[in-house]
Design a protein around this ligand. Structure first.
Ligand code: SF4
Ligand code: SF4
Length: 201
């Protein structure tokens, strides 16, 4: 038994060593670039960098460019590009109904698993009973969120959108979790019918 164990271990060691040798022989050697005498002095690069710094300093002294913004009194809000992706938010429709139908597609697709949804059932007596589900709990952990916009892309109900909010702060990790109420507050009302659940269908 001891002999069998020894040969088994030796066999495995041999295979591992053999594999290591194969990997080593497959390694590619990348040649280091050869620096000329100017590059080896480093001084020209330092002078070029200082020249750029001096140019910015001169423009600032002459009032041609502003290098600082008095945040939060001044903000970039008006200069943000049209398709800027800020904080994700939930929206209500014109009737005040939360558009989300708790299908959990966004929770499934979210790469960093930032979304947590607990679906609830809409009572049969409710006006929107045919929708069947609503998000009883909908949380987005903004520490995890990477603003990729995949939740917005995947949502079949146009219920979640990335808004332009970027000033997302909090003192604790718990503060950074946006609950349903907060998400709806950021999102507001989105006009335009959601065809799937349209009363007129
Ligand atoms: S924007 Fe991306 S990371 Fe953030 S909640 Fe949506 S899917 Fe998740
Ligand atoms: S936000 Fe959209 S994708 Fe996410 S659970 Fe609600 S309806 Fe489904």
């Amino acid at each position: 038994m001891v002999g069998q164990l020894s040969s088994f271990t030796f066999g495995h060691c041999f295979v591992i060593r053999h594999l290591s040798l194969v990997i080593l022989t497959m390694a590619i050697t990348v040649p280091r670039p050869r620096l000329n005498w100017r590059e080896r002095l480093y001084l020209p690069a330092i002078v070029a960098g200082l020249a750029i710094t001096f140019k910015h300093f001169k423009n600032m002294v002459l009032g041609r460019t502003k290098v600082t913004m008095q945040y939060p009194e001044q903000k970039w809000d008006s200069s943000l590009p049209d398709h800027y992706r800020g904080a994700p938010a939930l929206v209500r429709d014109e009737d005040g109904r939360v558009r989300c139908v708790a299908c959990q597609l966004c929770e499934f697709i979210c790469p960093p698993r930032a979304i947590k949804i607990i679906p609830g059932e809409i009572p049969t007596a409710d006006r929107f009973a045919k929708v069947e589900k609503y998000p009883e709990q909908f949380d987005i952990d903004m520490i995890r969120c990477i603003f990729c916009g995949m939740c917005e892309e995947v949502c079949p109900e146009q219920a979640i959108f990335l808004r332009k909010d970027y000033a997302i702060t909090g003192f604790t990790r718990a503060d950074m979790v946006h609950h349903k109420e907060k998400l709806l507050e950021i999102g507001g009302v989105m006009h335009g019918v959601v065809l799937k659940w349209n009363e007129r269908k």
